[in-house]
Write a protein that binds this ligand. Structure first.
Ligand code: ADP
Ligand code: MG
Length: 630
């Protein structure tokens, strides 16, 4: 149901859709789908022909931007300003992609090999996020036209092997396109959903998702139970796909027609025309036994069995990847319940036969393989919209989980978008001498201050044997299982004292609340950083004040009256600045005190009085958890 609002100023009735769309942002093609009359449906362009939008962006001389088929037309005569395969660059540094630079027909910038890549178009630089946002904008536009309503919320899919940086980049691209990205979903998960696998919470299934697209091949082994998709393993080849099938045909025809490779390099138009014929032949051979055409004075002919021979080694490589994925997941072929086929290239009969023979089973391939990921994303979106009440789909943690540290700061232990199940830990220490108890408060959210995040629970680690501040080693472990249940353990490693609690973390927040929290963290990032800076300075200063008092007490004999007085004055100055709000003033007071006391501390060390002071000057105590005694 769409909400209807009235624009009083213009006297217009505006419909804002509350549909959440599913988007497959692919390397070769992208598309958008939604649930229409209870059925996942991919949206066609205004020509009413294809649901696929080629993932290509062209920058024209007049500053205009073309996306999709119009941009694809520019690949031959304006390659430098026509960007394809931008998905390969998402979340990558120049170092990550430099070996493949010749693959791209456009310029990738290497100003700093460790920072994220940019693409140079004319005299401007674009991040892969901005370029992907153009594709997403065009999809947003497409569905808004189709629905006659504004669309603002989406689920976007990514390969299961995408790391946090790549997922984050995809999310940011969505945001830039004016979309609220409610969830990033793994492509194999979406494909399974499109076939209805995983929608029944009772079923337990092991699935192989075989995805052969234009330029990439992925195989993912998933385990599904209680509506939770766990990725057991992924494998594949990021430079293997339908484009390689086309290339094999081109090479074959070039030989048959005595076309020299140099001619193809020089005559770009001829090369492109042959490439299009090759793709045409490949597609034709997916349902016919023969292909023939002529171009200029060349004859292009190919039979299905010739084609099979050409691509046999390529298909064999995908089967090797399948074997590796199964081995990594410690799964035998006979334990696989379903094989889901994804990607345009899985229409090739030899591919289907090879995969089905390898797994010894019939394939799930009735749905359109180029649409299946987007259709599944639309189903996931529908679940998030609350239209499928009993279904709970989870394959990554949507928000970070962490604990409160000194000064009310959030210390994330499991970052958001981590795959579940997962486990992570970190060591802390006390910040007060003889501290016996430690409060562990667990929070969920992206903000720097725990006060802005959501508290999930807390417990107290009791009975830490008395030790000087900084000495106890307290390990805090977060274990998030596939049911979304978080177990938090705290253990003092020197004494083996330990405590744990269980927290049900995942289901407390609605998707909207989650989205709000994420948005919030972005909007407040700058303010948070300021507050964090102040709090960190205060914490450090408080630690220094504690050790200063200790230092003065323990070293009264070896210090002159003047030294003691001067130190006290500096300590007081620091105490005053800590009470204020100025981070720079606190840092300066700390510096002054440290500079003055550093030689004194060295002297104290030399005289070998105690070991209260280590290293230089009055040392900071390593990062502490809450310093309050409870
Ligand atoms: P991606 O996931 O990389 O964006 P797609 O899943 O859209 O890619 O697959 C695109 C590839 O599928 C192209 O190489 C295209 O030629 C190929 N393809 C599309 N239709 C057919 C067909 N009928 N037979 C064989 N290959 C096809
Ligand atoms: Mg794909």
């Amino acid at each position: 149901m769409a909400k209807i609002s009235i624009n009083i100023k213009e006297g217009k009735v505006e419909k804002a859709s509350n549909v959440i769309v599913g988007i497959d942002l692919g390397t070769t093609n992208s598309l958008v789908a939604y649930i229409h009359d209870g059925k996942a449906t991919a949206v066609k362009g205004k020509d009413g022909k294809s649901t696929l939008v080629p993932s290509i962006v062209h920058f024209s001389n007049d500053g205009g931007i073309l996306v999709g088929n119009n941009a694809k037309d520019k690949l031959i005569n304006d390659p430098a300003n026509t960007i394809y395969s931008v998905k390969r660059l998402m979340g990558k540094s120049y170092r990550d992609v430099e070996n493949f630079e010749q693959y791209f027909g456009y310029k990738i910038i290497d100003e700093d090999s460790d920072s994220l890549v940019k693409v140079r178009v004319k005299d401007k630089f674009y991040t892969p996020i901005e370029l992907s946002a153009e594709i997403l904008k065009s999809l947003k536009h497409r569905i808004e036209k189709d629905l006659g309503q504004k669309v603002s919320r989406a689920v976007i899919t990514v390969p299961a092997y995408f790391n946090d940086a790549q997922r984050q980049a995809t999310r940011d691209a969505g945001k830039l396109a004016g979309l609220d990205v409610l969830r990033i979903v793994n492509e194999p998960t979406a494909a399974s959903l499109a076939y209805g696998i995983g929608l029944n919470p009772e079923e337990v299934r092991t699935i192989a998702v075989y995805d052969l697209g234009g330029g990439t091949f992925d195989i993912s082994i998933l385990q599904i139970q209680n509506g939770i998709f766990e990725v057991l393993s992924t494998n594949g080849d990021t430079f293997l796909g339908g484009d390689d099938f086309d290339r094999a045909i081109i090479d074959f025809w070039a030989k048959e027609n005595n076309i020299a490779p140099t001619l193809l390099q020089e005559n770009k138009n001829l090369a492109q025309a042959i490439r299009l014929q090759a793709e045409e032949a490949k597609k034709t051979l997916s349902n016919q036994d023969e292909f023939s055409s002529t171009l200029e004075n060349y004859n292009f002919h190919l039979t299905k069995s010739q084609f099979d021979t050409l691509i046999q080694p390529l298909v064999e490589r995908t089967i090797t990847s399948c074997k590796n994925a199964l081995a990594d997941a410690k799964i035998e072929t006979n334990q696989i319940d379903h094989i889901v086929m994804v990607g345009g290239s899985t229409r090739v009969p030899l591919v289907q036969k090879s995969v089905s023979d390898f797994f010894g089973k019939a394939l799930f391939n009735e749905l359109n393989p180029d649409e299946v990921v987007a259709l599944g994303a639309a189903i996931q979106a529908d679940v998030l919209a609350g239209n499928q009440k009993d279904v709970l789909l989870l394959d990554v943690t949507p928000l970070s989980l962490g604990i409160e540290t000194v000064g009310g700061l959030m210390d994330s232990i499991i970052p958001r978008n981590s795959k579940v199940p997962t486990k992570a830990g970190r060591q802390y220490t006390t910040s007060v001498d003889g501290q016996k108890n430690l409060k562990v408060a667990v929070f969920q959210g992206e903000r720097d201050l725990v006060a802005d995040n959501r508290k999930l629970g807390e417990f107290i680690l009791k009975g830490i044997p008395p030790m000087p501040a900084g000495l106890p080693k307290i390990e805090i472990q977060f274990i998030l299982n596939a049911d979304g249940i978080l177990k938090v353990k705290a253990k003092e490693l020197r004494s083996d004292v330990e405590t744990e609690i269980e927290i049900k973390s995942q289901y407390g927040l609605s998707e909207e609340e989650m989205a709000m929290m994420l948005l919030d963290s972005i909007e407040n990032a700058e303010a948070d950083m300021k507050v964090r800076g102040l709090l960190e300075a205060r914490n450090e200063a408080n630690n220094i004040l504690l050790s200063s008092d200790k230092f003065l007490n323990q070293n009264a004999e070896i210090l002159s009256t003047e030294e003691i007085e001067k130190t006290k004055t500096l300590v007081e100055a620091l105490r005053t600045s800590v009470a204020g709000e100025d981070k720079d003033a606190i840092n300066k007071a700390m510096d002054d005190l440290n500079t003055y006391t550093s030689p004194l501390a060295h002297r104290a060390m030399d005289v070998n009085i105690g070991n209260a002071i280590k290293g230089k000057g009055i040392t900071n105590i390593e990062q502490g958890t809450r310093n309050e005694e409870v």
